[in-house]
Structures are given as C-alpha cells and as structure tokens.
Design a protein around this ligand. Sequence first.
Ligand code: SAH
Ligand code: SF4
Ligand code: F3S
Length: 456
Amino acid sequence: MDLPVPSSRSREHRVHVITHGCQMNEYDTHTVSSELVAGGHRIVDTPADADLIILNTCAVRGKPVEKVVTMLGEFRKQRLAGRDLTVGMMGCLAQLEEGQEIARKFGVDILVGPGAITDILDAIEAVDRTHEPFWSLEFKDDLHTHLTPAPDTLTGFLTIMRGCNHNCTYCIVPQTRGPEVSRSLESILHEARAMQQNGVQEIYLLGQNVNSYGLGRSDLPSFAELLRRVADTGIPRVKFTTSHPMNFTSDVIDAVAEHENICNYIHLPVQSGSDRVLRRMAREYRRERYLEIVAEIKAKVPDVVLSTDIIVGFPGETEEDFGATLSLYEEVHYDTAYMFMYSARPGTPSYKHFDDLPRDVKTERLGRLIERQKVWSHRKNQRWVGRELRVLIREAATDSQYVVGHSDQNHTVLVPREQVGEMGLYPVTVETATPHTLYGTVAGAVPESIPLLMAS
Ligand code: SAH
Ligand code: SF4
Ligand code: F3S
C-alpha cells in the first residue's frame, strides 16, 4: 500500500500583515489572516517579531506606492544584514506591472493579487520548499464563495462585491480589482449572521460601487433588497460604502429611510462640480442629476449626514471649473469630504492623454477647498451640540483622557474615558463640536470633565 508522502507543509511562520488603502483591503487582510491562522501560522503584532511580513498595498495614488517602496527598501537592507525574513506583497499594487517591477527589484518572495488571496497558504508552502518567488495574479472564482470567519471586533467589514465596471479616466482600480462580481446572498448573510453572533455591532457592506450589486443577475437581489436583508438580521448598525451616483436609485434611499438600523449616513463621491471635468473624467452623471439625488436623500432621510470624495486639479481643470466644485459643495452642505489632489497614475487614460497641471496650482486649490470644508464641517457639526447621538465607542483616543467612537451618522465622537466601562454602544450628549470631532458625555454621566478649550 502506498503511504501518503509526508507533507512538506511549510514551517510555522510568525506573520505580520501591514495594510494600506481602503476598507476592502482591511477585509482582505482579515481574510488572509484567518487563512494563515487556519494554516498553523501565528499572527504577530509588530514587524520586528515576524519572520514573514506581508504588505497589503494600495495603488490609487502615487503616495501609497512610494510608501511600499520605502518599506521594501528597509526590508531588503535588513535581509542583506542577515535577518531571516520572507516578504510578501498583496493588494492592488501587486496586480499592476508597476508593482511587479517593484517586487522584482526588491526581491519580494510572494506576490498575490486581490483576486488570488486564497492562494496565500500555497504561496508560503511553495516559497519555503523551492526558495523561488511565487506569483499568483488570477481573479479566482472561489474568492466569491469563500467564507471569511467573523472578526473579533465591534465593527465588521463585509465585502459584497469585488471589482469595478466603470472606467473613470483617472482611476487604476478597474485594472487592479478586475470586473464587477457580486457575491451570493447566502455567503453575505452567512458572514453577517456569524458577525452578529461574534458580538459585532456594526457591519460595513463594502464594494467599489455597492449600488450595482446584483445588476444583470436574476439570481441576486438588488442592493436595496440586500441592505434590507442584512438589516433584518437585527445587527444594531448597517453602513455601506462606496455609492456611485450613476446607480444610486430611490429604493436605496427608501431602505435607508425605513430601517432604523441602516445608518443615516451616505457617502456619495462627486469628484467635481463641473460638468466639463465630469465629462473628461468619464463620470456618467452631471451636476444637475447629482443634485437631484441629494435633494431626494435630504427629503426622505431627516438629519442625514452626507460625505463625498473630490479630486482637485484634474488635468485641464480651470479656475471656473474649480469654482463649480466649491459652489456644489456649498449647495450640498456636505458634513465632510475626502479631498485628493489629482495623481497621474501610469496605465490610466488620463495619464496617457492629458497633461498634469502644475503642482502648485493643485496644492493651492486643495488648500482652498480644505479651508472651506473646515468651515462647513464645523457649521454642520455644531448643529448636534445639545443633542443625543448613539455612539459605538471602540478604543482609547490618542489623547488618553478620552475614548473614541463613531455615531450612527459616522461622526467621530470623543467621550471622557472614565465614563465608559466596556467598549460598545452608548447614548452620548454632544457638548462641543470642532470641524472634525464631536465631544460629548455619556448620557446620564457627570459632564464636568469636558475641557472648555475643546470648543475651539
Ligand atoms: N469606487 C469608488 C472610489 C474608489 S477610489 C468611487 O467611485 O466612488 C477612492 C477615491 O480616490 C475616489 O473616489 C477618488 O476621489 C480618489 N482617486 C481615485 N483615483 C485618483 C487619482 N488618480 N488621483 C487622485 N484621487 C484619486
Ligand atoms: Fe475608480 Fe470610478 Fe470605479 Fe470608483 S467607479 S473605482 S473611481 S473607476
Ligand atoms: Fe487602494 Fe485598491 Fe482600495 S487601489 S483604495 S486598496 S481598491
């Protein structure tokens, strides 16, 4: 009888995973970490304790790419000095020619793209056995049915779809994440229920464009229906990101308005307030349509908090175009915004066809937008002073007198540490507001410990 050949399964590694980029990368890091633990490896908290470091990378702008290069340079130096260290790269940069060149240059051992993360154990085993680099860059089908164990945290990220079918001219994501694929309703609900049983209080449904969930698939519900099904699990909070204005339908707004536990917080990236720029970006809506959606949201969802993404200094953006972005911001009264200076990414249409604006023009406009955003955010935040919000308090704040969390509407809220025993959901009365933060007291607790200087 042939006995099974003893497995040359890799030795147990002490692994540290460093995550850059968006929440989808955080979800992937959790998936990979779960696989590693299931495969007998140990996750360690610091890079110094690891013999395998995996960088989960982002490629959306030039800066996160520079960060990866700096880190890989450091690891290479340590290896040359004799450190026993295996280095892996996953995430969006790994999928690009640009990332692969970097991987070759710095002697990265493992390269797995965003569609191949379930290959991580095979990759480690192969590298241990052959001492040759292992690359996997396919978009694998098994990833969509793969069930990631629930995290041990109060907030759980849950990817409902991968990829993107849009082709915004500035954006590298369709190349790094491939075409849209929606996960099955069963897989999503399974993960949601497991999170609930594990004590997760808030589920974040994730996708590059969650509103196109299930489009063109008769076996899947619409995004609005999916939202309702996840809310029906009874999880205290459901949030979702990112919404694309093109597919942002009324039924999604209705679901938000009707379900107590679907948060009154909507992130709706606009990118620019100028139709001329939107056209050159190949965004499929115009200013007027965007404002119609916002009006419907405001009419149906009282006290809604709105945020957006804006790119400043897109090629060819004139002072007048930029003025249109400022005026749109003023018209919507966003509560907050993620504002980016245009970064020309190799491989995107705008990199190929348009000339970048001078850096000082971009910097100056970004500065002006940030100044206005601070004023508007402060104004919006002040409306909450004296009111009660429900806050999911998650961790110690940088200032150790406080603990920090997020409201149902996604405000960052700080409360004095001594008022909170365990982390979790608390009713909080807002005492003061800054442009980026609300300070409050747990309802019923003594309010003296809010320092007045925070009001500035
Ligand atoms: N799918 C999401 C966005 C994902 S990328 C959406 O369409 O809303 C997150 C944000 O990064 C984008 O909304 C955009 O504002 C910004 N971004 C993408 N590519 C960029 C680039 N080349 N330069 C600057 N910002 C960029
Ligand atoms: Fe990028 Fe546009 Fe897709 Fe968002 S919708 S990921 S900005 S291509
Ligand atoms: Fe970055 Fe990829 Fe997310 S490029 S923003 S990590 S989808």
